[in-house]
Design a protein. Structure first.
Length: 237
């Protein structure tokens, strides 16, 4: 899993997620089969279950929204544990929860087995628009720079005795956010001028020209093809 080219893994995850989304929500067993497939991939990649579950916490806001649907959706009502819930809302919540969790889990597996630079190269080999690839590349590379700028601004506020304790301090925080935006914009302009002075013409050079073999594509296709078989059975049974 770790040695597969990034473009193979990106395509496999993309088609796997499309297959999961296309599965009818009433085929409960199909989602259990998808979970087993991802568990098999995680086992082959030797990713600890604790790491996978910890990174799945990113979907908590969507889970909260899904739990609200049975209470606010319209349609026939059912009684569960003394509560009157919408039947369509229950199915909608299950649809979001199951498909969203499987999609996030697949993305976590991709991120856990692929370096960020390799992901960008994989997207480039898959003919993603170069401008989007460059924006993502700069966002990753200069995220730490912006974070460090925020840290210095925070230290400057603390050294002047400022500590946000209520709504009345929101104005200062808003001005700090505006100053951070201006500093980030100016830094971006300086970086762009430095790149142009070094021969930048709108596209980044590709250092690694290695391509995926047919065998690697076949190994990567095992997951989406198995998921496709489950999806077709879900529609026919």
């Amino acid at each position: 899993m770790h040695r597969l080219p990034a473009q193979c893994k990106i395509a496999a995850v993309f088609f796997f997620v499309l297959t999961v989304v296309a599965t009818p929500r009433t085929a409960l067993w199909a989602f259990a089969a998808y979970a087993l497939l991802l568990a098999a991939v995680a086992g082959a990649a030797r990713i600890p279950a604790r790491t996978l579950l910890k990174r799945l916490l990113i979907e908590v806001p969507f889970v909260a929204f899904a739990f609200l649907m049975p209470f606010v959706a319209q349609g026939p009502r059912v009684h569960i544990l003394g509560m009157t819930l919408s039947e369509s809302g229950l199915w909608g919540a299950w649809n979001i929860l199951a498909k969203g969790t499987l999609g996030v889990a697949a993305s976590v597996l991709l991120a856990s087995t692929t370096e960020l630079r390799a992901l960008l190269l994989g997207l480039q080999r898959l003919r993603m628009p170069p401008l989007l690839v460059q924006i993502a590349s700069f966002m990753i590379r200069y995220g730490d720079v912006i974070t460090d700028e925020m840290r210095r601004m925070r230290i400057a506020r603390l050294s002047r005795g400022f500590e946000a304790r209520g709504v009345r301090h929101w104005g200062v925080l808003a001005k700090s956010a505006g100053a951070l935006f201006i500093r980030s914009y100016e830094r971006g302009e300086r970086v762009h001028l430095a790149m142009v002075s070094r021969g930048y013409t709108g596209s980044m050079p590709v250092i690694d020209e290695t391509t995926a073999t047919r065998g690697q594509w076949c190994r990567a296709a095992a997951l989406p093809l198995a998921a496709l078989a489950v999806c077709l059975l879900g529609w026919t049974l």
